[in-house]
Design a protein around this ligand. Structure first.
Ligand code: SAM
Ligand code: SF4
Length: 330
């Protein structure tokens, strides 16, 4: 039975967080003193695999693994190899990953071998000092090594950069130029009000309409109808031949065409990134070896999928939802 919600949207895309842990603490994502889940609450690799297979039976064609940092999860390559079999036998169109790239160098070959064709790597700056500042302690050279390993393994790379006022806003030209040279796609993202962070988000929020207008002073941006299955809208940068995407959850709401759901590493199914409501899949998963109860819980969640988010960033305002992006996954 395909998953179709009350707005008639068919769910074909699953984003699965395989861990809430991360080796970095990006300032817009996590607090430095972030508390992580106890191990017993986190789904095992076998449970994650079973969940994915249930969703594939219900019509999911694309799975993105995320986190936290997916590549810090122990035995994540076992999960990836297993899901790769679903790509090989045609049950899944695409298996992909969003990573911060710090552990990519040693995993790139295995990802490609499992049938992954493209990955997203989050990178907000090309400046080592600034990178350390944004991630609190990350090393840019590790990410660069990872990126080169991904390229060597034949993986197509998309760089995701969050546009942060006063932090990396002077770097977008450089990112466009560098990504063009490396043959990486680039996607710029507006910061979203997810999770309590110490800073005021209004100080960080930069509407991408402004960024685009500034880029257009130096680059010819040609409209394309290329879509990657997610919410990004793409243009071609004529001078580099590269693709540039904009994800604008704040300034342009794209909920009417939402085809995805997200699951946390503890099995909470969020049918909307921007709402608090979740359906627990861990209990039905653990209560029976058969998948009937699990599938019923999934159906309940899809039936209750909200029409959309109502994000707003106001000075001094709190987050739209309390959990940070690292819980539901990017
Ligand atoms: N650790 C991996 C990474 O950084 O790519 C995967 C998880 S991370 C939560 C996924 C994406 O969410 C990253 O590109 C990150 O920049 C983005 N992100 C985190 N918090 C965000 C926020 N408040 N607003 C917009 N994007 C955010
Ligand atoms: Fe970790 Fe990704 Fe969040 Fe940065 S954005 S703290 S890398 S989960």
């Amino acid at each position: 039975m395909p998953m179709i919600d009350r707005q008639g949207r068919q769910i074909t895309y699953l984003r699965l967080s395989v861990t809430d842990r991360c080796d970095l603490r990006c300032v817009y994502c996590m607090r430095e003193d972030m508390r992580f889940l106890p191990k017993a609450d986190v789904l095992t690799i076998e449970e994650l695999d079973r969940l994915c297979r249930a969703f594939v039976r219900k019509g999911v064609r694309k799975i993105r693994l995320t986190g936290g940092e997916p590549l810090v999860r122990r035995n994540v390559t076992t999960l990836i190899a297993g899901l790769g079999d679903l790509v090989a036998d045609g049950s899944l169109d695409e298996l992909t990953l969003t990573t911060n790239g710090t552990h990519l160098a040693r995993h790139a070959e295995a990802l490609a071998a499992a049938g992954m064709r493209r990955i997203n790597v989050s990178l907000d700056t090309l400046d080592p000092e600034r990178f350390r500042g944004i991630t609190r302690w990350g090393r840019l050279d590790q990410v660069m090594n990872g990126l080169m390993a991904a390229k060597a393994a034949g993986l197509a790379v998309k760089i995701n950069a969050v546009a942060l006022k006063g932090v990396n806003e002077d770097e977008f030209d450089r990112l466009v130029e560098w990504c063009g040279r490396q043959a990486f796609d680039l996607c710029l993202i507006e910061t979203m009000p997810l999770g309590e962070i110490r800073a005021d988000r209004a100080d960080q929020y930069l509407p991408l309409s402004d960024v685009r207008a500034r880029l257009e002073q130096n680059w010819t941006l040609k409209a394309t109808d290329y879509r990657s299955g997610g919410p990004a809208r793409y243009v071609e940068v004529v001078e580099t031949g590269g693709r540039l995407g904009f994800i604008t959850p704040m300034s342009h709401n794209f909920c009417e065409s939402c085809n995805r759901v997200r699951i946390t590493c503890s099995g909470a199914l969020f049918s909307c990134l921007g709402q608090e409501e979740a359906v627990d899949l861990r209990q039905p998963l653990r209560s029976s070896e058969a998948d009937l109860a699990l599938e019923q819980a999934i159906d309940r969640a899809i039936d209750r999928k909200p029409k959309g988010h109502d994000f707003a960033i106001e000075r001094g305002g709190g987050p739209a939802v309390r959990r940070p992006m690292s819980v539901t996954g990017g």
